[in-house]
Design a protein around this ligand. Structure first.
Ligand code: PBG
Length: 336
């Protein structure tokens, strides 16, 4: 390479036609050839909500196009998603009754095991991801065992382990603990290994922030805490270095895939995690991120499809391979 002379920069400013990034933007064909990041169906995971009954299809108001579905209709939905080439679904359960210790979350006959069995039979090719947390199953709406208004770590981990084993036995292909208790990945890993599930991977919600963006989800899953919030276990939005420690811990404990959540307000965390760790990285484009786009589009203020694609691309560009998104179905319909 010839060394650059001082005069080069001057030459460039006086001959601007030499440097014309627009040359690569005129033709759609060339734009496509030089495109650095692409969305692809293989990256998508569609979250779904399963509720008791038959023939139930209850739309979640703040998440248009998303439903609480009974197992029979959930299976139909999964057939459609599989037909669109979506590789994976993430299951959340809405139990018929809730109690203080979230028993519905580890009942072998519970709503998620029922759904897992039914979907496995109908769509064996679909990867079934089971979210593990107790907040959908407790009557107080907290993620675990409550004592004096505090979520207790160790007793909660015991129940999460039971939940993970229940879902594993029911046919889950990937276990996704979303609770943010300390040490749960290691404990779940040991329990899976000890019960014949050595090859079952864990996708850990490793850097999960205490976020206002979960609002619509809590309507969808009926999991709004009756009192207080989740700041005692979910992360402070101000912290980035702490996210690296959380991810490191989960990888040490045996997580196979690590997740950053939410996605859009945390693209810097996704980028930092991608640069620092080699493990597959997922990002959760959460309910509030979805609802904002839908709401603005309904008001005619933004072009939904363009903004959706831009957001999903930004998550890929930041460095996440996998995207959990309520847009999965919409976007799979239009991907080439
Ligand atoms: C906890 C859980 C939550 C979400 C996924 N798993 C809610 C919470 O932590 O309060 C939120 C997902 C979303 O907002 O889309 N079980």
């Amino acid at each position: 390479m010839p060394s650059r002379e001082k005069g080069d920069n001057l030459a460039l400013t006086t001959c601007p036609e030499r440097r014309r990034p627009r040359r690569l933007r005129h033709l759609a064909g060339i734009r496509s050839m030089v495109r650095e990041t692409r969305l692809c169906r293989d990256n998508l995971i569609m979250p779904l909500f399963v509720c008791p009954g038959t023939g139930v299809r209850h739309e979640i108001q703040s998440m248009p196009g998303n439903f609480q579905l009974s197992p029979d209709l959930l299976v139909e939905e999964c057939r459609e998603l599989a037909g669109l080439g979506i590789p994976a679904v993430l299951l959340f359960g809405i139990p018929p009754t809730k109690d203080a210790v979230g028993s519905g979350g580890y009942d072998p006959e519970g709503i998620v095991p029922q759904a897992l069995t039914a979907i496995k039979a109908a769509c064996p090719e679909l990867v079934l991801v089971a979210d593990v947390c107790l907040c959908e199953y407790t009557d107080h709406g907290h993620c675990g065992v409550l004592h004096d208004g505090k979520v207790l770590n160790e007793p909660t981990v015991e129940l999460l382990v039971r939940s993970a084993l229940t879902y594993a036995d029911a046919g889950a292909d990937l276990i996704a603990p979303s609770d943010m208790m300390d040490g749960r990945i290691g404990r779940i890993r040991d329990a899976l290994d000890g019960h014949g599930h050595r090859d079952l991977p864990i996708m850990s919600y490793a850097a999960k922030y205490a976020s206002g963006f979960y609002g619509p989800f809590r309507e969808a899953a009926g999991s709004t805490p009756r009192t207080g919030d989740r700041r005692s276990h979910q992360m402070d939005p101000a912290n980035a270095r702490e996210a690296m420690r959380e991810i490191e811990l989960d990888l040490e404990e045996g997580a196979d895939i690590v997740m950053v959540k939410p996605a859009l307000a945390y693209l810097d965390i996704i980028r930092a995690a991608r640069e620092r760790f080699d493990a597959p990285l997922a990002a959760y484009n959460v309910s509030g991120e979805f609802a904002m786009v839908k709401a603005a589009a309904r008001l005619g203020w933004i072009d939904e499809a363009r903004v959706r694609d831009e957001i999903l691309l930004s998550i890929r560009r930041a460095g996440a391979e996998l995207i959990l998104t309520y847009f999965a179905k919409d976007v799979a319909r239009v991907l080439p």
